[in-house]
Write a protein that binds this ligand. Sequence first.
Ligand code: IMP
Length: 184
Amino acid sequence: MEKICTLDEFNHRIKKVVITKEEIEEAIQRAGKEISDSYDGRPILLVSILKGAFVFMADLCRAITVPCEIGFMCAKSYYSGTKSSGVVKITMDLDQDLSNYHVIIVEDIVDTGRTLRDIVKLLKARNPLSLRVVTLLDKPDRRLVDFKADIALFTIPDFFVIGYGLDCAEYFRNLPYIAEYNPE
Ligand code: IMP
């Protein structure tokens, strides 16, 4: 996609709202409670994968009512052709020693599942006390590898979504809701 020049074009690309701000807030409160109840008193580290999960992380951590730390990492998976096993390149790493924590990966969306499958493998090798994955969105119809998040707040059909941290060509992350992207 070319750089967006006008407000009209920006608005034109937002096809329709599929998950409202209120629905997101409600689901995050539920997930925060579930996490708080199950980790009470244990050392939690929330790990967000940049950039897409930064908004979700900011809201989810404020819905958690027990002590937790946060960490960020930037990772990209590379695949050649149709091969389903990839190489994760960490462009920004965590500074915590995971062996002291119950780690929860906070992700924006599980699509083919390859990025999270690779990141889970990588973080497991660092021997956390436990490791779980919470994702805001899940697109199971697109899955290419066997991967299931422990908590998925919303399951959506196979279309490209934007907003609430998710982008298209770096735009739309600032929308407070999830919308279907209009490619035309
Ligand atoms: P996976 O490895 O195919 O599961 O890809 C996960 C990454 O692809 C996500 O973290 C997103 O950055 C990106 N992605 C997948 N589907 C969408 C979408 O519908 N909108 C925006 N980004 C997406």
